[in-house]
Write a protein that binds this ligand. Structure first.
Ligand code: FRU
Length: 502
């Protein structure tokens, strides 16, 4: 039975999303059907199709009582909207259905595991939120919340860990058929931790161990964990709140951390060996992964940042929030690498390519422009020369541009959207340490209408940002202080979509 709250959301999105023109949305990055979107949830394969759910407040472009929006796709790039999947309509989730995950059950049904939030006002007027883990089961369209909810509650939290911050279950299947689940939590001093639970049937859960903790080094509450094997190691992803900066590796505020180590299931022990940021740009948070049938570990993240999203949206758009491109993950020399899913290459057209172009001052190249673009660039100092700075300006017109610059002698790469036309003084730039390898730098830059994602040195680092500049700003230009030699391969993306619209 569809509850009143869910029906209301479904009616609302059906009626009002019709007012959003597809020209006003990103083309191959997911945006909400209408209203507000944050974390990706339930990224999973069900009956041969990719399903993605998202934290959703259909009624405004601000965060509000959380529902789960729902889309499906065959290629993780072109998504079809389905009706909202769940709404806050039970006592245990009356304040919101927070983030979670999904999988296909052996009996052919789809299981959603999410955090139910129940906020109560105490006698002294203060509010306390309780977070418990809940299940909903469905057919890929409609879901029934389970009578046994919540399946994980305060009594299941080990002593010394927070009874209030307990959220974002990522469920997975072990090779012996049992289920595992990682959850975000924090210790009494407020510092983040990831708890591991296990279950034989997916409904009755037992606490196993604390996989890792922040020890107040890498932020406070650890949100949205994911845990998986990758290239012979184990990877734990989490998104910490309230980080204070660590050099240029981690910036202040909400961040994303990748912990790489080994996991001994018998000893119930994750041993962290290395740690790094997942993304070095402005807008990337709460990533989650899927294992594709052909064995790729693919990650998608919320392409926003809590500190940059207040009032930052364009008031004329009826949606707010985008997902990143799905990215294939792999480990190389102990680091997490990312590359855009290979399906994207099928949407490349109109190749424009230049080799050994000299950049000395400002340069524009015929055929190099656009707002939906896949561009591979390699730069090096021109023979016998040096350069101090190399810069690419994009989404450019007479007034606006966003830029990416690299100063090899400082090993610093900077993204800067100060001149993108935003009307608020929110976060506009970020710097990353990018090793100077003789001044050589390789980058792949993907532009969609309202975002840029940069994959540096074959995916060793990524830099992601949203850019809301008016779509008429399509220019791309290059600039060097000193003498740079550049190779460039530029493709248009998704021209088939644009053609349809003409
Ligand atoms: C992360 C997060 C999650 C929570 C959700 C609420 O962005 O804070 O921890 O489940 O958003 O919308």
């Amino acid at each position: 039975m569809t509850s009143e709250a869910l029906q209301k959301a479904r009616d609302y999105e059906e009626r009002y999303s019709a007012f959003i023109r597809s020209e006003d949305r990103p083309v191959f990055h997911l945006s909400p059907r209408i209203g507000w979107m944050n974390d990706p949830n339930g990224f999973s394969l069900y009956q041969g199709k990719y399903h993605l759910f998202y934290q959703y407040h259909p009624y405004s472009t601000q965060w509000g009582p959380m529902h789960w929006g729902h889309v499906i796709s065959e290629d993780m790039l072109r998504w079809t909207y389905l009706p909202a999947a769940i709404a806050p309509d039970q006592e245990y989730d009356k304040s919101g259905c927070f983030s979670g995950s999904a999988l296909e059950l052996d009996d052919g049904r789809q299981l959603l595991m999410y955090t139910g939030v129940r906020e109560n006002r105490a006698e002294d007027g203060t509010r306390k939120a309780y977070q418990t883990q809940c299940m909903a089961i469905g057919d890929g369209l409609d879901y029934e919340k389970c009578g046994c909810n919540p399946v994980l509650a305060q009594k299941d939290i080990p002593a010394g860990f927070s009874l209030n911050d307990f959220r974002d279950p990522k469920i997975f299947r072990n090779s012996d058929g049992s289920y595992g689940c990682v959850l975000g939590n924090r210790t009494e001093d407020g510092s983040g931790a990831i708890l591991l639970y296990t279950s034989d049937d997916g409904m009755n859960w037992r606490f196993v161990t604390i996989l890792d903790r922040s020890y107040n080094e890498y932020g406070k509450m650890w949100e949205c964990p994911d845990f998986f094997a990758l290239d012979g190691s184990h990877v734990l992803l989490t998104s910490p709140q309230d980080m204070s900066q660590v050099g240029l590796e981690f910036h202040n505020g909400n961040g994303t951390v990748c912990l790489i180590g080994s996991f001994d299931r018998q000893k119930r022990q994750f041993e962290r060996q290395r740690l790094q940021a997942v993304d070095y740009g402005i807008d990337f948070y709460a990533p989650t992964t899927i294992l594709t049938p052909d064995g790729r570990r693919v990650m998608i993240g919320w392409m926003q940042n809590w500190d940059a999203c207040q009032n930052a949206g364009r008031k004329d758009l009826l949606w707010y929030g985008q997902m990143s491109l799905p990215r294939e993950l792999f480990l190389r020399s102990g680091r997490l690498y990312q590359r855009p899913i290979r399906e994207l290459e099928e949407h490349r057209s109109r190749r424009v390519s230049y080799e050994n172009v000299r950049v000395d001052g400002e340069l524009r190249l015929p055929g190099v422009e656009g707002r939906m673009v896949d561009m591979e660039i390699t730069i090096r100092p021109a023979p016998g020369c040096v350069y101090h700075k190399f810069e690419i300006r994009f989404m450019e017109d007479e007034r606006f541009f966003t830029k990416l610059s690299y100063r090899p002698h400082e090993s610093i790469l900077r993204i800067d959207r100060k001149f993108s036309g935003s009307r608020r003084a929110y976060i506009h730039q970020r710097r990353a340490l990018v090793p100077n390898r003789g001044g050589e730098l390789k980058l792949r830059m993907i532009l969609d209408r309202y975002s840029v994602e940069v994959f540096l040195n074959d995916g060793e680092q990524t830099v992601t940002a949203t850019v809301l500049t008016d779509l008429s700003a399509t220019g791309i230009s290059f600039f060097a202080e000193g003498q740079v030699e550049m190779d460039i391969d530029k493709y248009d993306l998704f021209q088939e979509v644009s053609r349809e619209k003409v």
